[in-house]
Design a protein around this ligand. Structure first.
Ligand code: ATP
Ligand code: MG
Length: 202
């Protein structure tokens, strides 16, 4: 029965090769910079993944700003919790979904006022991470100028990280980004008639 040692030896050799490849890739990634991340797609998890990174950053003593461009609801757990953190600035810039407000001129004005506030974060080197939650919507509608927004993102402090969330991220955002994740919807409880659940959806 010499099958087992051979199998173990082959496994060890394969893992050794894998380790060399991974170690080489880690050694090659030696740069540091402020990253632009995009969370897009129809699947659930875009904003909550961004808030997960907010918690990571806070754990390292970093300062965080969150700007919410669409105010869907005011009772989310992450807002209640993160607003209490001294290193978090939380701004609600939008007023509701477009189908709630139904006032175009007002929505455009709100979005543009919102961007000027967000720009303040992008000009503040003491803020280490900026979350621009649901920014893709006012930009896709043309309420916030895409080129201006890109310019402001480009000029931000070199070590400042930014996360943009929302469906249908404009191509130019994805091209400018360092990390882009497409959240894919396989199934969502809402379509089985289950309302938003505390701790999961809000
Ligand atoms: P989350 O805030 O849970 O991370 P998200 O940011 O990816 O979700 P949004 O489009 O911002 O998604 O919508 C937020 C709310 O809509 C949440 O309550 C979420 O559970 C729900 N939701 C997200 N994706 C879907 C979907 N594919 N179908 C139905 N409801 C969804
Ligand atoms: Mg979201």
């Amino acid at each position: 029965m010499n099958e087992t040692p051979n199998r173990e030896q082959r496994y060890r050799q394969r893992m050794q090769r894998k380790k060399e490849i991974i170690d080489a890739a880690i050694a090659k990634a030696d740069q540091e910079k402020g990253l632009l991340l995009i969370h897009t797609g129809n699947g659930k998890g875009k904003s909550s993944a961004a808030f997960g990174m907010v918690v990571r950053a806070l754990g390292h003593g970093m300062r965080v700003a969150v700007a919410q461009f669409i105010k869907g609801r005011s009772d989310t757990g992450e807002e209640a919790f993160l607003r209490q953190q001294p290193d978090v600035t939380w701004l609600v810039l939008g007023e509701g979904f477009t189908w709630d407000t139904q006032d175009l001129a007002h929505d455009i004005e709100t979005a543009q006022r919102g961007w000027s506030m967000a720009r303040g974060f992008l000009q503040d080197p003491s803020i280490d991470l900026v979350v621009l939650d649901e920014l893709t919507y006012p930009v896709s509608y043309g309420w916030i100028d895409l080129a201006f927004a890109l310019e402001d993102l480009k000029k931000r402090p070199a070590m400042q990280h930014v996360i943009i969330t929302g469906r249908n991220a404009p191509k130019a955002f994805c091209e400018a980004a360092d990390t882009v994740t497409e959240f894919c919807n396989v199934k969502h409880a809402f379509y089985s008639g289950i309302k938003a659940q505390r701790g999961i959806d809000l």
